[in-house]
Design a protein around this ligand. Structure first.
Ligand SMILES: [Zn+2]
Length: 147
């Protein structure tokens, strides 16, 4: 969770700006790795070696990675799908279980929901054993879900 309070950001931003300027010229990869490693080394030196610190540091790296992926990489990848075309089939084609009730099946909505759950959502009463085959609401629902 990088969204620390404004006051805490102010204390760090000047030093981060200096490091960022040093990383922007040439290949940043090795120097960024060095910077992160040196920060870890300094923490180990000041806090003392422990499994807790190692675990916490790796956890922070993992969370920072996942947040960067969620906020930056996902929208970028989605824009590339839109401009260059997808590789994967739509998820409702490859799923085998309803995302709501978990029922196994072959036919799902684009959101991955089975017909039974869709019918429940629109108020279908399971106790009714027969329905009018020309019921407009159901015909429209079927049309929407097959579009
Ligand atoms: Zn279902």
């Amino acid at each position: 969770m990088p969204y620390i309070q404004e006051e805490e950001r102010k204390n760090l931003d000047k030093a981060i700006k200096t490091i960022s300027n040093a990383l922007t010229h040439g290949d940043f990869r090795g120097r960024l790795n060095y910077t992160i490693s040196k920060l870890f080394s300094n923490l180990l030196h000041s806090e003392g070696m422990s499994y807790g610190l190692i675990n916490d540091f790796i956890g922070v790296l993992e969370c920072a990675k996942m947040e960067a992926y969620r906020r930056i990489a996902v929208p970028y990848e989605d824009s590339k799908i839109a401009s260059n075309g997808d590789v994967y089939p739509p998820s409702h084609v490859v799923i085998r279980n309803c995302i709501r009730c978990g029922a196994n099946g072959d036919t799902f909505s684009k959101e991955g929901v089975c017909l039974k759950c869709i019918m429940k959502e629109v108020g279908y009463d399971e106790s009714i054993k027969s329905i009018d085959r020309y019921d407009n609401d159901i015909a429209e629902l079927a049309k929407e879900n097959n579009a």
